[in-house]
Write a protein that binds this ligand. Structure first.
Ligand code: ATP
Ligand code: MG
Length: 440
């Protein structure tokens, strides 16, 4: 029997009627249900709680039935592993039957259900993730996670090597949670186990690796974590290219604390670009392709990563002293999102190489970079006011010539700083059509 050791301060999610309804349903026939893992940990720290996970002593078929009886929508999201999601109007609750691992091969686990809270805690990864609380806010702490949380100590439940051998993903989870909750020095036993067992990372699926790497990169001090991982030989297994934690450090600072600019926030993909870039677009494109395919990045993530590392069109280069019209044309050509990404990366590189003041006198460096970053707000480019229909209206037959004429006019419009309005552009269209017809 695990005793309570503390009390959560009042929490919105804890007093919410939906939470009470779900717990009432689960416990209607005598089962015990407690909040588990991240929600308790973050509530203890006074951080916002995102997901509310519940551990329950009844088997998943009972969970489904009890929720149905109470009129709560239930989805068997991971039924074989004991997980059912209760969907309420305020939030989903992931409800998992207490488990212990019967068999593990480093990637998959065969689990058995139990009603033993200590056994359920023992199969969790870190002591700070093995906390439970009941509806009254009473905390249960079978692995001394509260003391570790207070000391910002991130360590495995039980023997670090054994826990990593059971599931190699825990190496990455250790670094992720250390980055978010830990303070130096990192747990020596954990680091030694991560170093020794880093080769096991090769057996993990790309999706699982990227899911953890993304969160490591999104953390509050990703460069420190990457440095630590590199020191233990972990990044060598995952991203065996020269890394630039220095550039990442500056980028992460800019994104999260250094500046407040609309449209700019923390981005794992941008941070990934910052840490792998070598400055050679050909080599960097190759690196990006390798990571995108081995980690199964989504099409959008892959496109964005390549957009940050590949050569820009028409010799465009983002520099702090670029004249505004050139910058504006560049922004128009590559699009606002890619523009912001490229400015931030170039700024991070510049500041990483030249220090806070940069090469320019005083604080001008930063002001000039920020002006480039704000260009989408301060100097937004209007939509191109001419369309294919206008070309067709001149009697041109549909076909590639229409697009060619339109692109030519658009390029002229951009080169002349977007000053011409629709009537002025339409007046030039016949000449351009004649020119491009000659080319076609
Ligand atoms: P976050 O706020 O990032 O979601 P979390 O603690 O909720 O943090 P999850 O990845 O959602 O983390 O996992 C929920 C809980 O499940 C963890 O707190 C931990 O107890 C347990 N857990 C998750 N993955 C593992 C794993 N690979 N090995 C052991 N326990 C795990
Ligand atoms: Mg969670």
């Amino acid at each position: 029997m695990v005793e309570t050791v503390g009390q959560l301060s009042p929490q919105d999610w804890l007093i919410h009627a939906d939470t009470h309804a779900v717990i009432a349903a689960l416990t209607a026939e005598g089962a015990v249900a407690r909040f588990a893992g991240g929600c308790v940990r973050d509530a203890v720290l006074g951080l916002p709680v995102h997901d509310v996970d519940i551990a329950v002593t009844c088997p998943p078929e009972d969970t489904l039935r009890l929720l149905a009886v109470a009129g709560i929508k239930a989805i068997p999201t991971g039924f074989d592993h004991g997980t059912v999601t209760a969907v309420t109007s305020s939030r989903p609750f992931e409800i998992t039957t207490l488990r212990h691992d019967v068999e593990t091969d480093g990637r998959h686990a065969v689990v058995a259900f139990t009603d033993d809270w200590s056994a359920d805690a023992a199969r969790r990864d870190l002591t700070i993730n093995a906390l439970y609380a009941d509806l009254d806010g009473a905390i249960y702490d079978p692995c001394d996670g509260l003391a570790d949380l207070g000391a910002r100590r991130v360590r495995f439940v039980g023997d670090a090597e054994r826990r990593i051998t059971e599931d190699a993903l825990r190496i990455l989870r250790f670094f992720r949670f250390y980055g978010r909750y830990g303070v130096p020095p990192a747990d020596v036993a954990a680091l030694a186990a991560c170093r020794k067992l880093a080769p096991l990372l090769d057996s993990l699926s790309g999706e699982r690796v990227w899911s953890e790497m993304r969160r490591i990169l999104e953390g509050p001090s990703p460069s420190e974590v990457i440095l630590l991982m590199r020191g233990e030989g972990v990044t060598d297994r995952l991203m065996p290219m020269a890394l630039s934690p220095g550039r990442l450090r500056v980028l992460a600072w800019l994104e999260s604390r250094g500046i407040v600019v609309p449209g700019v926030g923390v981005s794992a993909v941008r941070r990934l670009a910052a840490v792998i870039a070598s400055g050679d677009p050909l080599a960097d494109t190759k690196r990006a392709e390798i990571l995108a395919s081995s980690w199964h990045l989504s099409k959008a993530e892959r496109g964005r990563l390549l957009g940050m590392l590949s050569t820009l069109p028409e010799g465009l280069e983002v520099t702090v002293d670029m004249p505004k019209p050139v910058a504006r044309r560049g922004m128009y050509r590559i699009g606002v999102d890619r523009w912001r990404d490229r400015v931030l990366l170039a700024w991070a590189e510049y500041r990483h190489c030249h220090g806070a003041g940069g090469c320019l006198p005083g604080a001008r460096g930063s002001a000039a970079w920020e002006a480039l970053l704000r260009l989408p707000e301060t100097d937004a480019v209007p939509d191109f006011p001419v369309s294919g229909r206008d070309v067709l209206a001149l009697g041109i037959a549909p076909g590639p010539g229409v697009g060619m004429a339109l692109s030519r006019l658009e390029a002229i419009w951009a080169d002349e700083d977007f000053i011409h309005d629709r009537p002025a552009l339409l007046a030039r269209l016949p000449d351009i059509v004649n020119e491009t017809e000659g080319c076609g």
